[in-house]
Every structure is written in C-alpha cells, then in structure tokens.
Design a binder for this molecule. Sequence first.
Ligand SMILES: [Fe+2]
Length: 137
Amino acid sequence: MTNRRDILKTALILPAAIAGSQLTSAFGKSAPKDLPKGIYYTKENPGKWSKKVKSHAPLVSMKDGNITLETVHGMSEQHFIVRHTLVTDAGEVVGEKTFYPSDEQAISTFKIPANVKTLYATSFCNKHDLWIVEVTV
Ligand SMILES: [Fe+2]
C-alpha cells in the first residue's frame, strides 16, 4: 500500500514540476512533446484511464471573477482526490488546495488573475494519477 505521505509528496511536487516545464506545448490537445505518456492524463488523452474521465478530469466553472474546480469523485480513506492546483500558462501557481479522505467533496475556488487567458486546472487522485484540464478564461 502506498504511504499517504508519498502520495502527498507526489501531489505537491508533480504539478509544480509540470508548471515549470513548457506548459503550452505540454498541455495542448495533441500528444505532449515534453513529457512521456503516463505522467498526466486529459479528457483528450486519458490513456489507461479511459473509463475514468468523468470522475477525474476536474469540472470548471467561472463566476464573478472566481473559478471553481470540482472533481466528481468519492472520498474515502482508500480512494480520494488528494489535491487541486490552478496554474497560468506562464507557470505561475494561482492556487492549490489539499484534500483529505474526511472531506465530503473535492471542490476548490480561486480568484481568476487579471490578464490571464489560459489556465490549467489539475486534480490528483491517489489511485488514478494526475489529470489536467485547459481552461480559456
Ligand atoms: Fe480515482
């Protein structure tokens, strides 16, 4: 069984590492150029998790200058959403929220930064890896 601390480390380090890479080429709708398959998943490229798209790709809504991410996924001690992050196309972290199995839902809300046209929302499941959704503001 994977140690919870290791899961949290991965959830914290991986999105930051990806944010530091060339996001625009890595997260386009085509296959990533900078990273090998299997590091992150998208609706367009769900890889081995093709049956998990609806429960892992974060839903995104915007209202009154805020953006809300929701991963429609159960939350239990064995299987839960660990973390959301929101990153600009320049690699700046807008916000991040860590979840715990005791949380009822994986929902986070952040203020949309000024002068940003593209954001990347991430959701990390302890069993089904990192998912990324590109958002046009
Ligand atoms: Fe999952």
